[in-house]
Design a protein around this ligand. Structure first.
Ligand SMILES: NC(=O)c1ccc[n+]([C@@H]2O[C@H](COP(=O)([O-])OP(=O)(O)OC[C@H]3O[C@@H](n4cnc5c(N)ncnc54)[C@H](OP(=O)(O)O)[C@@H]3O)[C@@H](O)[C@H]2O)c1
Length: 240
């Protein structure tokens, strides 16, 4: 395979939603705990999230003053990937088409020190829309970045680079709904790892895959744990 193996790991409501207040309800607390526990045990080279999830979970909406940074531009007018030499082997991959995430460090600092996230080396996946001064900021922060697409991230191209340039063999896709949908439409999800909480979500909450299309998975395992259901499905595996 010319891309990493992708496991989409998510908490869902019984009606298949993944965003909204239900995630913070007491009835969902056990599912969330299970989710983080499984996250720590799933072997991977790191995790991928969409820009909105990264903002909610890690950057908190911080954005640097780009006027403080020199633009990165080349004579041929092309934007080029930036991969510093010394990088850790566990990655937090941000799908951030326009370069809107403000990081204060080049590694994830998890407030609880969760080993499933803490210390992960941040990688930005950008499109050519990203401001040249944002590239200057990333380089000053020693945050690697790769380009995949002009205005929209080309999921297959991004994954190809994550394997061939960074060396990722196996990554977790951890939401939210929009980025999951982009991966599903690109046929780039090999496995689903779902923790189903015993709650129904609000009508405005988003599904596991925004704008998903038909695809089939085989059920590998289903466990009931403390009132939650843990499901594991694989592509090309018909009910093993
Ligand atoms: N249930 C769970 O296990 C779980 C896990 C993680 C997150 N969440 C929840 O998910 C929510 C966020 O989900 P979300 O669906 O709103 O956003 P999201 O998927 O986290 O991020 C969407 C953003 O990613 C960027 N993006 C990158 N590549 C893209 C592509 N190929 N196509 C489209 N957009 C691309 C776009 O950023 P720009 O807007 O900058 O263009 C887009 O708006 C949070 O509230 C969080 O609580 C739940």
């Amino acid at each position: 395979m010319n891309r990493p193996y992708i496991i989409c790991h998510m908490v869902t409501s019984v009606d298949g939603k993944v965003t909204g207040d239900f995630l913070f309800s007491p009835e969902c607390a056990g599912a969330t705990e299970l989710y983080y526990d499984i996250n720590r045990r799933l072997r991977s080279d790191g995790f991928i999230c969409g820009r909105i999830t990264m903002e909610g979970s890690f950057t908190g909406g911080y954005y640097p003053d780009l006027s403080e940074y020199d633009p990165i531009c080349y004579d041929d007018g092309l934007k080029k990937d930036f991969i510093p030499d010394a990088m850790s082997g566990f990655y937090a991959v941000a799908f951030d088409p326009k370069g809107r995430l403000g990081w204060k460090s080049n590694k994830i600092i998890d407030p609880d020190g969760d080993p499933g996230y803490d210390g992960a080396q941040i990688i930005e996946v950008l499109t050519e829309q990203a401001d040249e001064r944002y590239l200057g900021y990333l380089e000053a922060m020693k945050i690697p970045y790769i380009f995949a697409g002009k205005t929209e991230i080309d999921v297959q191209q991004a994954l190809f680079k994550l394997k061939s340039v960074i060396g990722c063999e196996r990554l977790l896709l951890e939401g939210g709904s929009v980025i999951n949908g982009a991966f599903q439409r690109a046929d780039a999800i090999d496995e689903l790892s779902l923790v189903v909480a015993p709650v129904v979500a609000d009508k405005d909450d988003k599904p596991l895959f925004t704008d998903g299309t038909f695809s089939a998975f085989g059920l590998v395992r289903a466990d009931s744990i403390n009132g939650n259901v843990v499901l594991n499905y694989r592509k090309n595996n018909c009910g093993a």
